[in-house]
Ligand binder design. Structure first.
Ligand code: SF4
Length: 546
């Protein structure tokens, strides 16, 4: 019988990974079981063995710009072995023709794959796939849950659950608002909760809420809607906001040892009610897109809703007051950056009590406003690298790919690259990491914090910014070792009997204390296997669910 393969391409494999690539397990669920369980390959763990692909199989490859080239290699190999090759993901949505030209696609899925994927598989196995399928932007209550039962054990530190797609902002360097849309689509709360309970049963304590923007309605948006004569927009935003609070209230009912992490805009720092709800919901960390510490830099990226200077420090510290650790994301290479920007950014991040930081280089990613502006100029310049136009930089072999693409008015590109490396070095120096590790209490936890900081640096800085490929390989190797050492720190004891809060109430209403006692008696005729299971479940629930 032909099989379905789902592949997450990567040129670097670490043996372990921080986050589960959620899309693999969502599409596995959408595939169904008619053709057996799909075979899942995450190349951030191990490279794909093409020998496992047989003629007539279906190979689904999800690509973003960063891994598109590797994805096309896999597609060509699979095609050669006689399999049906299908691409999906943001990059395939933007460039469906490229997937056919460079990756020998039989079919491409644009937009959300949750609903359309089973039809794609069926058409392939019937020998007649369409070249293009429009998955569109499905409603939040249609998002598929993931097949977490297919996860390999002990390989991932954080599980990932999605609660909303889309973002109402329009940052110039980001494609999310154009691909996922500006209308936030909240996922049904109970589905989110059920998935989290399933993951906690399996032993995951750390769960990323893998959303584009966890805070889709800011107070400023509500104020603006209130000024409109027509109240429909205000009602719509209030309903969206109420759903966020409903979700957080349900997260608050889950076991206390869970830790959530998400991505959020800085505007949330002005919304104490939201921060308080996050604290109760056990959302202990958030990636905040700071981008630049200067007003000019924020203007460069259309992020005027952020703050700069001392106001920025105050906003970032506010998150900490609610127990939310910030992973600050900063961009270097903006036109307004100067030679002082690197040190100034690190100093600000430290003053603002940011727990983790990432310093990324401005890259024109397709689907963004920055890309469109840059591509017009770059076409005129007509730069080629290994015969590939720079406007298709993701097709250039990785070791030959430039690290920066946009000429800067006052600095050379190498100066910017070195400045960014220096920022990573300073922020993640042993001394600074050890000082920051005071955010946790025990010595064991402080060592864990140090390991995780170093892992983060190895995985995301050296492999992304370093120009020397030998150094990239060494970093990948080091990340692999640290990753193996770290992974156990994240896992908890599995709680196989954990129930969804609220659902146990229905049962406890059905079985009262007297029943429990009766079931426990040695001669209890009613102590059938089923009731005993219920009894065990009730006891476990009392122990684990608040
Ligand atoms: S960077 Fe964040 S806030 Fe800006 S558009 Fe993208 S998802 Fe939205």
């Amino acid at each position: 019988m032909p099989r379905v393969h789902l592949v997450n391409p990567s040129t670097k494999s670490f043996g372990v990974a921080v986050f589960t690539p959620r899309w693999l397990y969502v599409l596995a669920s959408a595939t169904g079981t008619r053709w057996g369980d799909p075979r899942i390959v995450d190349e951030t763990l191990e490279p794909l063995d093409v020998e496992t692909i047989a003629p007539g199989d279906v190979v689904g490859i999800g690509i973003h710009t960063g891994n598109a080239r590797r994805g096309y290699e896999i597609g060509c190999d699979a095609h050669q072995r006689g399999a049906w090759v299908v691409y999906g993901g943001i990059h395939a949505t933007l460039f469906p023709d490229e997937a056919a030209e460079h990756g020998r696609a039989h079919a491409v899925v644009r937009g959300d794959g949750d609903l359309v994927w089973p039809r794609v598989v069926e058409d392939c196995l019937a020998g007649a796939p369409n070249p293009l399928y429009e998955g569109g932007r499905i409603a939040g209550d249609q998002f598929a849950s993931a097949r977490w039962d297919l996860l390999p054990t002990g390989r991932y530190m954080w599980a990932s659950v999605q609660t909303v797609r889309g973002c109402p902002k329009h940052c110039s360097f980001c494609s999310v608002w154009r691909t996922d849309g500006q209308q936030p689509r909240n996922r049904a709360v109970e589905r989110v909760v059920r998935e989290i309970v399933q993951l906690r049963r399996m032993g995951f304590r750390f769960i990323a809420l893998a959303d584009d923007n966890f805070y889709p309605v800011a107070l400023a948006d509500l104020a603006q809607a209130r000024r409109r004569a027509d109240g429909s927009r205000l009602r719509e935003l209030e309903a969206l906001r109420a759903e966020r609070f409903a979700l957080m209230a349900r997260l608050a009912e889950l076991p206390d040892d869970l830790v959530f992490y998400t991505q959020i805009t800085m505007e949330a720092a002005e919304d104490p009610a939201f921060l308080e709800a996050m604290r109760r919901a056990k959302i202990r960390g958030a990636l905040v897109g700071v981008e630049s510490v200067s007003p000019e830099g924020l203007k460069d990226v259309y992020k005027g809703f952020n703050f700069a200077g001392e106001e920025l420090v105050a906003r970032l510290r506010t998150f900490r007051q609610y127990g939310i650790h910030v992973l600050g994301s900063f961009i270097f290479g903006l036109p307004s950056d100067t030679r002082h920007s690197f040190d100034a950014t690190v100093a600000l991040a430290q003053r603002a009590d940011v727990t983790f930081a990432q310093f990324v280089l401005l890259t024109p990613f397709p689907g963004t406003l920055d890309f469109e502006k840059w591509a017009v100029e770059e076409k005129r310049r007509g730069t080629l690298v290994d015969g590939v136009p720079l406007t298709r930089h993701w097709l250039i072999p990785e070791e030959r790919r430039p690290r920066l693409y946009t000429p800067h008015p006052t600095m050379s590109l190498e100066e910017i690259r070195l400045g960014a490396e220096r920022a990573w070095d300073r922020f993640y120096s042993w001394r600074n990491v050890w000082a920051r590790s005071r955010v946790v209490e025990s010595i064991r936890a402080r060592f864990a914090f140090v390991l995780i900081s170093k892992l983060y640096r190895q995985m995301y800085a050296n492999t992304g910014i370093a120009a020397d490929s030998a150094r990239v390989q060494r970093s990948a190797q080091r990340a692999r070792w640290i990753g193996y050492a770290c992974r156990r720190l994240f896992l908890g004891k599995p709680l196989p009997d954990l129930q969804v809060p609220g659902e146990q109430l229905e049962l406890s209403e059905a079985i009262n204390e007297a029943d429990v006692d009766a079931f426990s008696t040695p001669d209890g005729v009613r102590a059938s296997a089923q009731l005993n299971r219920r009894l065990r479940w009730m006891r476990a629930t009392r122990a684990h669910v608040k």
